[in-house]
Ligand binder design. Structure first.
Ligand SMILES: *Cc1c(COP(=O)(O)O)cnc(C)c1O
Length: 409
């Protein structure tokens, strides 16, 4: 345990402390949910206003060429590439994470035609599993999605596996995989590896090339601060791109969309995975989030994220032994969040949100707290832990108004 004053001192020596003033944050709120919806950068509404009034309002359709709207999926993609250790031509911003999973899983199965298994793990994010299930429903019966426990993951990677599909940082527990060893194991068995970066990109250095990752997807609205429903991205290693087929063959993935011919011919490289018209306003918002993130040092982000997590764990465990840590203590194996089990987790989180500390609840019993090092301070973490422990001590969460479930938890 440290004192509140000691937390304030940690903030004064924080190399990232000036980034907080780049965000619009509501007063009297401690926001620990940047892993679900990143905060709003101050520059975003200003830039969007300009895009809307000048580019859309005045230049209208000319903007596709005049302001190069048509290439924004690639240009914004090159910025994401810098965050995830990819080459500029390996990342495209498009669609949602779910849809990009479909694109990559379908292509991966086609590249390994003699194999019938998509391997994933229990506890992976539901949409990743659901998209695989939907794809398999379209194929012949002998294809399967094999979902194994984490402790049998390595030995389940065998020569029947076409693609290993994993999320680097688990959304529920914050457990972080060792991607390098997983990729080596997959490749030794001739399988491809597909990684979901939703909870890692922007919160820590990611190096897809260095770790020989074949395929990846990720989310724009979490640590990238791209705004609600921001477009997602997909990555295909350069080595695979020319043979990697597209099955969601929309017109903008055609080699020559404005020839308006009847038959689909794939565009070069990543571009064939662009399906329909890009959402320009959403891309502009994502671009602002990325520019801000690229001004920061990812090693410093990671260091602070782990320090915030350590502080939260220490403060909470010292005061509320009834909360059971669900997140690995080993910093190497941890993402940028800390989760605790509590049998009345939903009501506890509602009571905490009523006090202005925003985390979230994940079924069945997880209280989840995400740390965004660009705008969360050490003192915020200290105060959040203090509030949480007070709510547990007072039993305030028992009030009926905190029991009612809303649609989004
Ligand atoms: C948030 C999240 C998604 C979200 O997918 P959408 O299609 O953008 O809704 C996917 N995968 C993981 C692991 C996530 O955490």
């Amino acid at each position: 345990m440290i004192s509140r004053n000691q937390a304030l001192i940690l903030d004064t020596s924080d190399p990232l402390k000036d980034f907080r003033q780049q965000f619009i944050l509501p007063e009297k709120t401690i926001y620990l949910d940047g892993n679900s919806l990143g905060a709003l950068p101050k520059r975003t509404p200003i830039y969007l206003q300009e895009i809307i009034q000048k580019q859309w309002g005045e230049d209208l359709i000319k903007s596709w060429n005049l302001h190069d709207w048509i290439h924004w999926p690639q240009t914004v993609g090159t910025k994401i590439a810098r965050l995830i250790g990819a080459k500029p031509n390996e990342v495209l911003v498009a669609d949602s994470t779910s849809i990009n999973l479909f694109k990559l899983l379908s292509g991966a199965l086609k590249l390994r035609p003699d194999r019938r298994t998509i391997l994933s793990e229990k506890g992976n994010f539901p949409t990743d599993l659901y998209m695989a299930q939907g794809l398999l429903a379209l194929l012949e019966k002998d294809y399967q999605l094999k979902i194994v426990n984490q402790d049998t993951l390595f030995k389940s990677i065998d020569s029947s596996v076409a693609v290993v599909m994993l999320t680097e940082v688990n959304y529920l527990t914050g457990h972080r995989h060792d991607l390098k060893t997983l990729a080596e194991t997959a490749h030794a068995q001739g399988a491809l590896i597909l990684v979901d970066l939703a909870h890692s990109a922007g919160a820590m250095p990611v190096d897809l090339n260095q770790n020989s990752i074949d395929l990846a997807v990720g989310c724009g609205y979490k640590y990238l601060n791209g705004g609600p429903g921001a477009p997602a991205y997909l990555y295909i290693s350069e080595a695979l791109q020319q043979t990697f087929p597209a099955f969601l063959t929309g017109w903008l993935g055609h080699a020559d969309p404005f020839a308006f011919t009847e038959n689909y011919v794939p565009a070069f490289g990543m571009n064939r995975h662009l399906c329909g018209t890009p959402p320009i306003l959403s891309l502009a918002a994502l671009d602002c989030g990325l520019d801000l993130l690229l001004e920061a040092n990812l090693q410093e982000i990671r260091q602070k994220s782990l320090a915030l997590g350590d502080l939260f764990i220490d403060q909470v465990e010292a005061q509320s032994p009834e909360l059971v840590l669900a997140t690995p203590r080993d910093p190497e194996r941890r993402g940028s969040q800390v989760s605790f089990h509590h049998p009345n987790g939903y009501a506890v989180m509602q009571a905490l949100i009523a006090q202005g500390v925003i985390g979230d609840f994940r079924s069945p019993d997880i209280l989840r707290f995400g740390f965004a090092p660009l705008y969360n301070r050490f003192v915020d973490i200290w105060d959040a832990a203090d509030q949480l422990c007070n709510i547990l001590k007072s039993g305030q969460w028992n009030e009926p108004k905190f029991q009612k479930r809303q649609t989004v938890t």
